[in-house]
Design a protein around this ligand. Structure first.
Ligand code: NAD
Length: 471
């Protein structure tokens, strides 16, 4: 199978002479095809076409934008099982996860953006001046592979709502799901040329986008390293750069909570999607008096985690995305072992019966120091560090002692206690006594090296707008 995701002015470019990126099934390590990468001319062409559609996108009536978002939503629902199968094949996430949360997050972004747009005032009158909010113009959307519909659809829905033409560059590892998404958008009434897509290896075609003078804004989700490169290249044309980067989130378990419920929840939150979530709570902070109880519960719960074929409904954990990530995670586990931390489950190598595929043993380290490599760096795999604290102030200090600040979690006896702690955490979101964000249209983005932008709902829409003051 050969896929081209080069889609310009309403046409797929099926020219097979381009460079190929081999598509590997991470569950089996076998090839299932290749992605034909866009070349430089195609990238520039896509940018030119999108640029020539700035007025067309800006002039779409609000009712037309809402209609287009509804059409994407309908397309997503109609093709949801194809999409979940595609995501399971391309990244190895279990089918029960891709058919639920992966699809649902895309649905939520579209629904929340529609709701936001219906109520939004693009003009506001103040005593001495008027504010007019206008689309920023041509935007580039660069996304990763780990929650492909979540990351593409939060950006696409906000950009369409704002009236911006788009050039999208999805991850080269999510070619299958991207193709379906482009086909869905192709069927809508969005004027051709307002949505274009290029594809290829990020370090090769990304700089063509980041440095292009005609692009007014880049919204990027991915690694901190690539985000820094994008921001540097974008600086000369002073474009807006919205970055959603890595994380090393803390989960504070407060004294007195029911550990039999809290610890399995915390492990699930960390390991979901094979630990490949930027907001995963990978540092579990527990009261020091609870260490032995937490150890017992963690060991028992880890035994129930099913790692293996992601097509099986009973599987909780699939492989990680590729060999590079597999090897990197092995090195982190090795570093935790070398530092002398106790492994209470998992360890080096692959789980039994998972010899083909990039499978990792879900691994939990106990009594980890927050200064260690495994507690400071983003591992992006199913590896949890349990760190003990003396009191809540100590827990807050440990949580904040990180170069990242994307998310944070608190499990406590009552929500009001959790909200007081949340206010002291240096992170873009804190989830108190819940398994996750759910469908909340709350802003998402990071402090510190986790980025500088905010996505979803109202905050997402406003990222794509310029503010004009008329005095
Ligand atoms: P990545 O940075 O390697 O790639 C992300 C995207 O950027 C891909 O489309 C890639 O092709 C492209 N890219 C890579 N180098 C580029 C460059 N120099 N210029 C322009 N584009 C470039 O990240 P990944 O491996 O796909 O995803 C994992 C990372 O993403 C993790 O660090 C994770 O924490 C982060 N992430 C962050 C969020 C968030 O919202 N904060 C969400 C998901 C993932």
């Amino acid at each position: 199978m050969k896929i081209s995701n080069t889609y310009i002015n309403g046409f797929f470019c099926n020219d097979e002479t381009g460079k190929n990126f081999e598509l590997i099934n991470p569950s089996t390590e076998s090839s299932y095809g290749s992605l034909i990468c866009s070349n430089e001319e195609q990238v520039n062409n896509a940018i030119d076409i999108a640029l020539s559609n700035e007025d067309t996108a800006a002039n779409l009536k609000i009712s037309q934008r809402i209609e287009i978002l509804h059409q994407i939503l309908n397309g997503l629902n109609d093709r949801s099982s194809e999409l979940s199968n595609a995501i399971t094949l391309e990244m190895g996430a279990p089918i029960k996860l891709t058919s639920s949360a992966h699809i649902q997050m895309g649905v939520d972004h579209l629904q929340n953006t529609i709701k936001t747009l219906k109520d939004y005032s693009f003009e506001e009158d103040f005593d001495e001046y008027q504010l007019v909010k206008v689309p920023i113009g041509l935007v580039a959307l660069i996304t990763p592979w780990n929650w492909p519909l979540n990351q593409t659809l939060t950006k696409i829905s906000s950009a369409i709502a704002a009236g911006c033409p788009i050039i999208m560059k999805p991850s080269e590892y999510s070619g299958l799901s991207s193709r379906i998404l482009i086909e869905i958008i192709d069927k809508t009434s969005l004027p051709k040329g307002c949505f274009n897509c290029v594809n290829g290896i990020g370090s090769q075609i990304g700089p063509l986008i980041s440095s292009h003078a005609d692009i007014k804004m880049i919204s990027f989700t991915g690694s901190t390293l690539a985000g820094v490169n994008i921001q540097e290249l974008a600086a000369t044309s002073v474009k807006r750069v919205s970055l959603e980067l890595g994380g090393k989130s803390a989960h504070i378990i407060c004294p007195g909570v029911d550990l039999e419920i809290a610890i399995p929840n915390a492990i699930d939150q960390c390991f979901i999607n094979s630990g490949q979530s930027c907001s995963a709570p990978t540092r579990l902070l527990i009261p020091e008096e609870d260490v032995s109880e937490v150890k017992r519960i963690s060991m028992e719960y880890a035994d129930s985690i099913v790692t293996g074929n992601p097509d099986n409904e009973s599987t909780n954990l699939g492989p990680v995305i590729n060999l590079k990530q597999y090897e990197s995670i092995q090195r982190y586990i090795e570093s935790g072992i070398d530092d002398g931390y106790e492994i209470i489950t998992g360890g080096l190598g692959k789980p039994n019966d998972c010899i083909n595929g990039y499978f990792i043993k879900p691994t939990i380290f106990l009594n980890v120091e927050n200064s260690s490599l495994i507690a400071q760096e983003e591992i992006f795999g199913p590896v949890l560090s349990i760190i003990s604290y003396i009191d809540i102030d100590d827990a807050i200090n440990i949580a904040n002692d990180s170069i990242y600040g994307l998310s944070s979690y608190i499990t406590c006896l009552n929500d009001s206690e959790g909200k007081l702690i949340a206010k002291k955490l240096k992170a873009g979101q804190t989830i108190v006594n819940k398994k996750g964000r759910g469908s909340a249209p709350a802003p998402f983005g990071g402090f510190k090296k986790s980025g500088n932008g905010r996505e979803h709902g109202l905050f997402g829409l406003e990222e794509y707008l310029e503010v004009k003051a008329i005095i």
